[in-house]
Design a protein around this ligand. Structure first.
Ligand code: TEU
Length: 573
C-alpha cells in the first residue's frame, strides 16, 4: 500500500480573480489584488489556491473564453505579475493551480480565427463544423446540424454565413468547442499545459473536461437528443457527457503532461453529470487520469422541474443519501472532492443554510463542519469563509453573467413572467457568488478604490473579513479551526465514513474511524433545537469535543441535544 497523496489532508481555496481584490482601481479584481491578500489565505491555513481563468480573453464568460492560453489578460495584469504571485504563494508554502479551459476556446483565439477563415484552412478541423440539417437552408429555423440546446440558452450551433456551415458551441457562441478527435488539437493542449507546469504551477482544475469527447458515427455525424420541455431544442448531453474516448483522452494527457511529476501536482476534473461509477474510473490512481472530480449531484437536488432557475426545497434526507453514496462509492478506490459552492453556484449559506442575522453564523459554520468532516478534499470558495450571502439583486440590469442575462432574454421572449424569471435568477444565478469579496465595512467593502464591475453586497457593513479577524466566534475563525483540525488529526483526512440516522429530517450525523481513533460528527441542519437518540452512538457520553460552533459545553448525558444549526465533533480513542 502506497502512502496517501499529499492532497488528502489539503484544503483548496478558489479565487475568482475578477471579484477577489482590485489593486489598480479599475473596478476589476486582478493578480496584484491576490498577491496583496495572501496573508488572509495563509492565516486561513489553506494549502492550495485554485485561480479561475486569468488568461487573455474577450471576457464574454468572464475568462472561460480564452483567446491566448499563454498570456495574462490585461484586466488581470501581466505574466511578470503572475510569476511574482506564484513565487509569493510558494514562499508561503502554498501551491497554485490553474483553471484549464480546453473544451472550447474563444472565437477570438487565433486557432478559431484561422479555422473560420476558410473551409480549406488547416485549422478548420480543430473545431466542429457541420453543414445545415439535410434538405434545409442555412439559417432557416431548425436547420442547425443537431437540436442541442446551449448551456447559455438558444441553439448550441452558430451559423458562419461566409461558408454556410455551423460551428458547435456548448456554451456561448463566443466559446466554440475544440475537436479533440484531431490529434493536433490534443498535442497543442498538452504543449500548453507543459509550458505552465514548467513555469511552476502545481496542477489544473479542468473545466467541463468530461465534455471533450463527443459521440460520433463512423461518418462523423452527431445526433439529436431528447426534447427539452418548453423549448424548440433537444438535450445533447447523451452525446457529450463522458463520451466514448474520454478515458483515452485523459490517460493520454496524463502520459504526455503529468507522467514523472504527478506526485507533486493536483488535478481535478470538473464533470457535470458524472456518476459515482464513472468517478471511480476517473480517479482510480492505477488508471492515471485525474486525482479527483467535481461532481454535481448534490448541487442538483434542489433543481425543480424547470431546472436550476426553478428551485425547490432541498430535503436533508436526499442530501444525505447523495453525499453518503459518494462517500461509499469512493471509499476503496479514488477520491472525493467536497464543495458547497463555487463561482457558478449560489452562496452556500443562502442556499443550504439561513442567511438571516439570527442564523447566519451558526448555519454557515454548521455547513462548513459538515462538509469538511467528510472524506475527500474540501474546496472553499472565496467569501465562503466569511459566510458571504446571495446578493439582493434588483432588476435584470444588476446582473452581469451571460448565463443569467441570456436566460432572462430567452424566457421572457418565450412568454414567461419577468418577475418570476428574476426570482429564479436571484435564487440560483451565478452572480450571487461573484459580488466582490468583503474585506472591510468601508466603501466598496475595501474591494476597489474605483467603481466595482458588479454591485457590492450592502451587508458588507456587518459581514467582512476585518470584523471577523477580530472576533473568535466568527465564521472566519471557525474555518481556521476546521482547516487546522484536518492538518493535525489524520482521521479527518483518511478515516472511514459511516452515516448515522439516514432517515432523520433534521440531523446529519456520521462517524469517522482510523485505527483506534474515532470521531462523531453531529450537525443540526435546521433552525429548531432537536433532541435525538443516536442508534450506534453509545459510549460517546463525556467524550472530548474537539470542535463546535455554539458556545457552551455539553453536559454528560446530554449529547443528543443540539441547538439550532449546532455542529459538534467528538473524539474518542
Ligand atoms: O461550468 C460548467 C457547467 O456545466 C455549469 O456549472 C455552468 O456554469 C452553468 O452554470 C450551467 O448551467 C464551467 C465553468 O465553471 C463556468 O464558469 C463556465 O461558464 C463554463 O464551464 C464554460 O466554460
Amino acid at each position: 500500500r502506497t502512502a496517501p497523496a499529499w492532497w488528502t489532508d489539503a484544503v483548496v481555496y478558489q479565487i475568482y480573480p475578477r471579484s477577489f481584490a482590485d489593486s489598480d482601481g479599475d473596478g476589476i479584481g486582478d493578480l496584484g489584488g491576490v498577491t496583496a491578500h495572501l496573508d488572509h489565505l495563509q492565516e486561513l491555513g489553506v494549502d492550495v489556491l485554485w485561480l479561475s481563468p486569468v488568461y487573455r480573453s474577450p471576457q464574454d464568460d468572464n475568462g472561460y473564453d480564452i483567446s491566448d492560453y499563454q498570456d495574462i489578460d490585461p484586466a488581470f495584469g501581466t505574466l511578470e505579475q503572475f510569476d511574482e504571485l506564484l513565487a509569493a504563494v510558494h514562499a508561503r508554502g502554498m501551491k497554485l493551480v490553474m483553471d484549464l479551459v480546453v473544451n472550447h476556446t474563444s472565437d477570438e483565439h487565433p486557432w478559431f480565427v484561422e479555422a473560420r477563415s476558410s473551409p480549406d484552412s488547416p485549422k478548420r478541423d480543430w473545431y466542429w463544423w457541420r453543414p445545415p440539417r439535410r434538405g434545409m437552408a442555412a439559417g432557416a429555423p431548425g436547420a442547425e446540424p443537431t437540436n442541442w440546446v446551449s448551456f447559455f440558452s438558444g441553439p448550441a450551433w452558430e451559423l458562419d454565413p461566409a461558408s454556410g456551415e455551423y460551428y458547435l458551441h456548448l456554451f456561448s457562441r463566443k466559446q466554440p468547442d475544440l475537436n479533440w478527435e484531431n490529434p493536433a488539437v490534443r498535442a497543442a493542449v498538452h504543449a500548453m499545459m507543459r509550458w505552465w507546469l514548467d513555469r511552476g504551477v502545481d496542477g489544473f482544475r479542468m473545466d467541463v473536461i468530461n465534455m471533450i469527447s463527443k459521440a460520433i458515427d463512423d461518418d462523423g455525424a452527431l445526433h439529436d437528443g431528447p426534447p427539452v420541455a418548453g423549448t424548440p431544442y433537444g438535450d445533447g448531453s447523451g452525446s457529450y457527457l463522458c463520451g466514448p474516448r474520454i478515458h483515452e483522452f485523459l490517460q493520454e494527457m496524463h502520459r504526455e503532461v503529468f507522467a514523472g511529476r504527478d506526485a507533486e501536482l493536483i488535478t481535478v476534473g470538473e464533470m457535470p453529470g458524472v456518476t459515482v461509477e464513472q468517478a471511480r474510473l476517473f480517479t482510480d490512481p492505477a488508471r492515471a487520469e485525474v486525482d479527483m472530480v467535481f461532481q454535481f449531484e448534490h448541487v442538483g437536488l434542489d433543481h425543480g422541474p424547470g431546472g436550476k432557475f426553478d428551485p425547490r426545497p432541498l430535503r436533508l434526507t436526499d442530501l444525505k443519501a447523495s453525499l453518503g453514496r459518494w462517500q461509499e462509492g469512493l471509499e476503496d478506490v479514488g477520491w472525493n472532492s467536497l464543495y458547497w459552492n463555487n463561482h457558478d453556484q449560489p452562496r452556500a449559506v443562502s442556499r443550504f443554510g439561513d442567511d438571516s442575522p439570527e442564523h447566519r453564523v451558526a448555519s454557515a459554520t454548521c455547513l462548513a463542519t459538515l462538509l469538511h468532516l467528510h472524506r475527500g478534499t474540501p474546496y472553499v470558495y472565496q467569501g465562503e469563509e466569511l459566510g458571504m450571502a446571495n446578493a439582493p439583486f434588483g432588476s435584470i440590469e444588476d446582473f452581469r453573467d451571460i448565463e443569467s442575462v441570456n436566460h432572462f432574454r430567452h424566457a421572457v421572449a418565450a412568454g414567461a413572467d419577468p418577475g418570476t424569471v428574476l426570482d429564479g435568477l436571484r435564487r440560483a444565478g451565478r452572480d450571487n457568488a461573484r459580488t466582490p469579496v468583503q474585506w472591510t465595512g468601508g466603501e466598496h467593502a475595501g474591494f476597489t478604490t474605483g467603481t466595482p464591475w458588479i454591485g457590492v453586497n450592502p451587508d458588507h457593513v456587518t459581514v467582512n473579513a476585518e470584523a471577523q479577524r477580530a472576533d473568535p466566534s466568527s465564521v472566519l475563525h471557525h474555518y481556521r479551526r476546521l482547516i487546522a483540525l484536518r492538518h493535525t488529526e489524520p482521521v479527518v483526512a483518511l478515516g472511514d465514513f459511516t452515516m448515522l440516522v439516514p432517515g432523520h429530517e433534521q440531523v446529519y450525523a456520521f462517524t469517522r474511524r482510523l485505527g483506534d481513533v474515532e470521531l462523531l460528527v453531529l450537525c443540526n441542519v435546521s433552525g429548531q433545537e432537536v433532541r435525538l437518540d443516536l442508534p450506534g452512538a453509545d459510549g460517546w457520553a463525556g467524550t472530548e469535543m474537539v470542535l463546535g460552533n455554539r458556545a457552551g459545553v455539553v453536559a454528560p448525558g446530554d449529547e443528543g441535544r443540539l441547538q439550532s444549526w449546532e455542529a459538534r465533533v467528538h473524539r474518542r480513542v
